[in-house]
Design a protein around this ligand. Structure first.
Ligand code: GLV
Length: 389
């Protein structure tokens, strides 16, 4: 018999307030993408769904600037793509090199360690960049099969330069894996031209789709290693031999059941990629740059200091502000949430206590929103100053 009664909270309506999502993501989802996600569900193995998945593939190829056939979206967040890349490329005991200058490198190092890789790290303070010479020295020393770098370091607000690194990886017989979760669509990135072997992003940042899907692409060099391994990847769910079949990428006539993909999430992702295709990458990059410059100037006019000094290295999607002296960042962020219904966040991982973060991405990226964010910060600066003891 039923001994546990229906919980009273389940008998109340869902509460999900409107928030201005001006942090590092998720960002606000435009009505068109929300509407796409609200369409009636179809089966994950219906032919119409395959068409939608084919469209998504084309949309990702455009957004990544790649012709890679092995392009798809993960059923999961950016972390699923991160694990998919590491689990499929690396076999236990192989050497992996990870550049750590914020949280994402830390995560990849941990993931690679958990699956039994020999992990080597290059570590710098959050927001610092690695020179190509430093990277080449480490490649020569550790002879990794995979080198990881974050392009959009959202915890630090850094857009790391990528040029030339793909060539170094090729020369040292290593695959180049890049995280563009926070930068895709906001800052220029050219997967094929920059010789990135594996690239992934997330749905919830400049693409403005709900969290829960993650585009990823592997080039032929990556496929060569991934599909000729001796051991099976540790994850069944993330095994690319299954996922490539599910996405119709393996040349087999039939797609077999592997897992049930997030149908509504794929509808929404398709719509967000369509919006990017209609707008054009160049326009999107320019819009992020212009609005970021406007925000940076406004922040400096408020007397705030930007955490990344070199303008050319600043991520246009997520801006990091050094914590102003005489303020408690938690109190400022709580004030802004309470009085402006606006999310901004503190640091993440190694940047906690160093920065506050403001993200204006995709649909959110315009000057009126930058003004709203600046107004909220000005208000918090007025109300949250600590009195001197
Ligand atoms: C998460 O993606 C973050 O940067 O906070």
């Amino acid at each position: 018999s039923v001994t546990i009664p229906p919980p009273p909270s389940m008998l109340r309506p869902l509460q999900a307030p409107f928030r201005y999502l001006f942090g590092p993501g998720p960002s606000n989802v435009p009505p068109r993408v929300l509407a796409a996600g609200g369409r009636p569900i179809i089966g994950h193995l219906h032919p119409e769904m395959y068409e939608i998945m084919n469209d998504i593939k084309k949309g990702i190829q455009y957004a990544f600037q790649t012709q890679n056939h092995m392009t798809l979206a993960m059923s999961g967040s950016g972390h699923a793509a991160m694990e998919c890349a590491v689990f499929n490329i690396v076999e236990p005991g192989e050497s992996v090199l990870v550049a750590i200058n914020g949280i994402w490198g830390e995560r990849v190092a941990e993931i690679a360690d958990r699956m039994g890789a020999k992990v080597h790290t290059m570590v710098k303070s959050p927001g610092e960049r690695f020179s190509n010479e430093e990277i080449e020295q480490a490649l020569a020393k550790h002879k990794p099969v995979l080198f990881f770098l974050t392009h959009g370091e959202s915890s630090a607000g850094l857009a790391h330069p990528v040029d030339g690194i793909g060539d170094l990886c090729l020369k040292h017989n290593c695959l180049f894996l890049v995280d563009s979760v926070a930068s895709l669509g906001a800052a220029p990135l050219f997967m094929d031209q920059q010789k990135i072997d594996i690239l992934y992003t997330g749905s919830q940042k400049a693409l403005n789709a709900p969290p829960g899907t993650a585009p990823i692409s592997f080039n032929d060099r990556a496929c060569e290693k991934m599909f000729n391994r001796k051991s099976k990847p540790v994850s069944y769910m993330l095994d690319m031999s299954h996922l490539s079949n599910y996405w119709g990428n393996d040349g087999k006539p039939a797609r077999m059941y592997h897992h049930t993909g997030p149908v509504s999430g794929f509808f929404a992702l398709r719509e967000s990629l369509a919006i990017l295709a209609e707008k054009g990458l160049e326009r999107s990059w320019q819009q992020h740059r212009e609005v970021a410059e406007y925000l940076w100037k406004g922040l400096e006019d408020l007397g705030l200091k930007l955490f990344i000094k070199d303008k050319d290295l600043r991520l246009p999607s997520v801006t990091t502000i050094a914590i102003p002296e005489g303020y408690d960042w938690r109190e400022m962020l709580a004030y802004i949430m309470k009085h402006h219904q606006m999310e901004m966040t503190g640091g993440l991982g190694p940047s906690i206590g160093m920065v506050m973060r403001v993200g204006l991405m995709g649909y959110n990226c315009n000057k009126p929103n930058a003004d709203m964010a600046l107004n909220a910060l000005a208000d918090a600066l007025k109300h949250c100053r600590k009195s001197k003891a």
